[in-house]
Structure formats: C-alpha cells, structure tokens
Design a binder for this molecule. Structure first.
Ligand SMILES: C[S@@+](CC[C@H](N)C(=O)[O-])C[C@H]1O[C@@H](n2cnc3c(N)ncnc32)[C@H](O)[C@@H]1O
Length: 370
C-alpha cells in the first residue's frame, strides 16, 4: 500500500521535479522528510513553489542531501511571491482511499481516571503512527465524549472525534464491513483482510484485569447494528501471549504488515517491548525444563543457549532471560554440562513426571543461573 510520501513523490516526478528544498531550517532534522513535508501540505500549511534562486539546502525524492533546488516547500503566504507548483488541493485530490482506523471508546466509562489518561496517550501515539504512513486523518475515535475531548492532548482538529456510536459513523461513511482486532477471535489477521475500509481497535486499557473479554462486546454491538464484523487476532508464532496489547502497538503491527509488507511475526517483534517478550518467555521456558533429582532435591534446568534462540524472535536482553529464570525457579546450564549430567543420571517417572536422577553427591556440579 502506498504511503503519503509515495503519492507526493509521484506527483513531484510527474512535474519533472527531482529535488526539493526549504526556505527555512524546518524539516532539517526530520527522518522522513518527504512524508513530513507532505503532511504539512495536506494540512494546508504550505505548498511547493518554484523559486528563482536555488535553495541552500535540498534533498532528492528519497531524502538524500543534494545541491540546492529550484523547488521549495514554503508557507502558503508565499503564494503572491512565488509560483506554486503543488498546492494542498492538488495533493489532496491525489490521495488514495486509505482505510479508517477506528479506536472505539464504547467502554470509556469502565476506566479509572488513570486508565482514561492512558487511553488518551495511546490515541495520541496512534495519530503519530498514522501520520508517519498516511496523513493522520485516517484516525477516527468513536464514542468520543466531552471528557475524552478535554483529556486528549493530541491534535483534535486533525483526527475525527465522533461523539456517536461506531455503527453510526460507519453508516455515514457507507462502510458495512469491518475488521475488529480482537485477541479472543478464532481467526488470525491476514493479508486478505486488508481490503476492508475500516479497522476497529478497542479503546481499552486494562491495568486491573477488570475488562476481560470486553473487545468481543464491541463486535456484538456492531453486528446487532447490521455491520459485518471480521473478528481477527494478532499472534506471535501462533499464540497471543507476547503480542503487545496497547492500542498504538496493535495499530503499529497492522501498519507494518499492510504498508511495509512485514510478516506478522516480524511486525510483532518490531513493536514488542521486553515486558511483552517476558510474558511469552514465561510460557515458553517451562516447556524446555529438564527435571533432575540430586540427592533427593529437585532442580529444573534449561539450556543456557536457549537465550540465543528466544532472543531471535522475542525482544529480550540477557537480564530479561535471567529475570524469568529466577521467577520460574529455573537453572540455566551450558548444553555440554547438561549432556554430562544426562550421562551420569538415570531416568525415572515419579508421580507421573519424568526425572533424571543423580544419586551421588553431584550437587556442586550445578551452578545457579551461571
Ligand atoms: C488492552 S487490549 C484490551 C483487551 C480486553 N481486556 C479484552 O479482554 O478484550 C486493547 C485493544 O487492543 C486490541 N488487541 C490487543 N491484543 C490483541 C491481539 N492479540 N489481537 C488483536 N487485537 C488485539 C483489541 O482491539 C483490544 O480491544
């Protein structure tokens, strides 16, 4: 899917423009210059002009620094002075039909004040993400009441804050089918789902675990209003555990899959924080534990080398690995030491569980998390 920067680049190319400058110090620190300039144009702040003298600083259409250019971004008040070559109206007319990304605040009233603050922050971060790919105006917040508007610190005028129900907003936009991002769904989100005109994310922050299974309720509400709802989950290697559940991170995963064409696992990895990775590691490591009984005492041991394996798909550092080992009361030993222990032990089933039993006083051979 095209980004706004792609649309802008195409428009400039068609006009024979291969480089672009600015008449001020703006955008010099921007990491995605074309995108940032284009957003300003879309928001009606400026346009591209032909300037008589080359600008001091300029970039090619991929953001690489080049010698000055005869084309520059400047505020709209320069219209009298210079010849405009790409105006906000023209760029707007070229925009594709990007889908809406709706954050549904139906459950707003169930949040504590602190959680409401977090919802607002995540909505604001979601706007920032969409602005990096599209224009930011694709973000809609439904059931956006007075309190939300008061608490929201982001640019209210650049998003759609819709006071009414999501179904009503969809009807106004003539959208009758949506994808609801739902961790409780049976089906996994896939490329085939990227044809819908709206994605819905629950505007839910659940710090106290009091809003379990609230996302499916959003889907039920929409279905009863006649909307076709595709409930889809995001998973990491087949499991929702380890998928960051913050609203903006869910949006980031969708955008990475949809625009950057990343696989779901890659997208989740990129949006993951060590906190989420540790959730998953807590689930994974016990599956790899070997039980030893040494002089009657039980030790659960995993290979130290597993860190390399897990850190290839979970955002963990060594300290996260050690933290989870400690929490689970597991010991990490090098593979070669485990092989040695296996040689000097006998396997036994005790109370239905497999143990490797070492009768001799070999406890000294075990070293805690070394
Ligand atoms: C913090 S979650 C709230 C989950 C809520 N406690 C529940 O049990 O339904 C916020 C939103 O992120 C989205 N989300 C979180 N994890 C997801 C996953 N693994 N797959 C799809 N959507 C997810 C959903 O739209 C959800 O409403």
């Amino acid at each position: 899917m095209k980004t706004l920067a792609d649309v802008f680049r195409e428009a400039l190319r068609e006009k024979g423009i291969e480089s672009l400058g600015v008449l001020s110090k703006r955008f010099r620190k921007s990491r995605n210059k074309l995108q940032d300039v284009a957003v300003e144009i879309i928001n009606g702040k400026g346009a591209i002009f032909r300037v008589p003298e080359k600008t001091v600083v300029a970039w090619d259409l991929y953001g690489k620094r080049v010698e000055g250019s005869h084309y520059a971004y400047a505020p709209l008040c320069m219209m009298e002075k210079f010849e405009p070559v790409l105006t906000p109206e023209e760029l707007r007319s070229r925009l594709p039909d990007w889908p809406y990304f709706i954050i549904d605040l139906y459950h707003w009233g169930r949040h504590t004040q602190k959680e409401k603050g977090k919802v607002c922050l995540q909505v604001s971060q979601s706007y920032g993400l969409l602005r990096d790919y599209f224009t930011g105006r694709e973000l809609a917040v439904t059931w956006a009441n007075e309190e939300f508007r008061r608490m929201f610190n982001g640019p209210l005028d650049r998003i759609t804050a819709y006071e009414g129900p999501t179904a009503e907003f969809l009807a106004e936009k003539e959208i009758d089918e949506v994808v609801l991002l739902d961790p409780w769904a049976d089906e996994v989100l896939s490329e085939e789902d990227f044809d819908v005109k709206a994605f819905i994310i629950g505007g839910i922050v659940d710090t106290g675990g009091t809003k379990k299974k609230t996302t499916p309720k959003i889907g039920e509400g929409l279905e009863s209003a006649g909307i076709k709802v595709r409930r889809r989950k995001i998973v990491l290697r087949g499991d929702v555990v380890g998928v960051p559940d913050r609203i903006n991170r869910i949006l980031g995963i969708i955008l990475k899959m949809m625009v950057e064409r990343k696989s779901m696992d890659e997208a989740v990895y990129e949006m993951q924080e060590p906190l989420h990775a540790r959730w998953r590691l807590r689930k994974e490591l016990p599956k790899r534990a070997i039980r030893y009984k040494v002089d009657g005492k039980t030790y659960r041991v995993v290979e130290k080398e597993l860190f390399d394996y897990y850190s290839s798909w979970l955002k963990i550092r060594w300290e996260d690995f050690v933290k989870v080992l400690r929490e689970l009361d597991l010991i990490a030993l090098e593979r070669k030491r485990i092989h040695h222990l296996n040689k000097i032990s006998n396997t036994r089933i005790i109370n239905g569980k497999l143990y490797r039993v070492i009768l001799l006083k070999k406890a000294a051979m075990l070293c805690y998390n070394c």
